[in-house]
Design a protein around this ligand. Structure first.
Ligand SMILES: Nc1ncnc2c1ncn2[C@@H]1O[C@H](COP(=O)(O)OP(=O)(O)OP(=O)(O)O)[C@@H](O)[C@H]1O
Ligand SMILES: [Mg+2]
Length: 275
């Protein structure tokens, strides 16, 4: 098992985070890797995109976070109940609106940390990492789909991760929230998780010819410095990609010949090469 945890994060909305989690997960699954996807967004788009109705899920990430806070000794029992084994072989921890309540609980915990000293194991930023410690050995890749609001949920995901992938809509490069993510990653690395690395910036909804990608790559270097890897292939804009979630399928099932399928496969190959 390679046991890698990857957060897909960008505080900017609608840049292709959830789409990338679904299709990267599917590509890694096809490469015979055991994959767990975690829906870390109260919108529940990842849950829906895999064909499950968020509001109907009796056990979600919210239950697990609350159990990790209140009944850590019962966590394995709760995990068994919450993990959905999908038909494709990918596992899912679903989410729905109740995740916002769990986020509020984390927030209260964070506030009370200022008053209490000691018990460093149970800090509000570490709850998801505690949770994942029970799961890492069972998976090659755990991929976390981060939402926009509830920064503490994103911080929890980053604290629990080895890598972060930052999707950006290629044609809005300069305004795509990259500085904010980089700042957040830096702060999490310094305070909580020195091993956290940015795996790369993923250009999504790309509408030009792939050959033009290197100019986008150059602007990334110009704007953000040479320090960041930009994944080799941008993900093409395609209506088929947008249609997948309604069918509860990845691009590999829905339109395997689509260019975006090849691009997500290429992303997976780069992810498989991560040290
Ligand atoms: N390559 C693509 N081509 C066409 N449409 C796409 C592509 N990638 C994503 N989309 C569509 O763009 C919209 C936003 O994508 P997605 O939900 O993945 O973004 P997100 O960053 O997760 O959004 P949010 O911030 O709301 O969580 C969705 O309707 C999705 O189907
Ligand atoms: Mg999303």
């Amino acid at each position: 098992m390679s046991n890698k945890t990857i957060s897909v994060s960008n505080q900017k909305g609608g840049v292709g985070k959830t789409t990338s989690v679904i299709n990267l997960g599917a590509a890694l699954n096809s490469a015979n890797k055991k994959v767990l996807l975690i829906d870390n967004d109260p919108q529940g788009n990842l849950t829906a995109g895999l064909g499950y109705t968020p509001a109907e899920q009796p056990r979600t990430l919210a239950n697990l976070l609350l159990a990790a806070i209140d009944y850590p000794e019962d966590l394995d029992y709760h995990l068994q109940k919450a993990i959905i084994h999908t038909d494709t072989g990918i596992d899912l921890i679903p989410a729905n609106r109740r995740l916002a309540d769990a986020a509020a609980r984390l927030q209260v915990m964070q506030l009370s940390q200022y008053n209490a000293v000691g018990d460093a194991e149970r800090v509000s930023e570490h709850i998801m990492a505690d949770l994942l410690n029970h799961l890492r050995a069972s998976y090659d890749y755990i991929i976390i789909d981060c939402g926009l609001k509830h920064e503490l949920l994103t911080v929890n995901a980053l604290v629990a991760s080895d890598y972060c992938i930052v999707p950006v809509q290629a044609h809005f490069l300069a305004s795509e929230g990259i500085p904010e993510v980089l700042e957040l990653v830096k702060s999490v690395r310094e305070k909580f998780n020195p091993k956290l690395q940015i795996a790369g910036i993923l250009l999504t909804m790309y509408q030009s010819r792939p050959q033009l990608c290197h100019s986008v790559r150059e602007s990334v270097s110009e704007i953000y410095g040479e320090a960041f890897h930009v994944f080799e292939r941008p993900i093409e804009y395609s209506i088929k990609v947008a249609e997948c979630p309604a069918a509860g399928q990845s691009i590999f099932e829905y339109a395997p010949k689509n260019a975006a399928a090849e691009s997500y496969r290429s992303l997976a190959e780069e992810v498989l090469r991560l040290a």
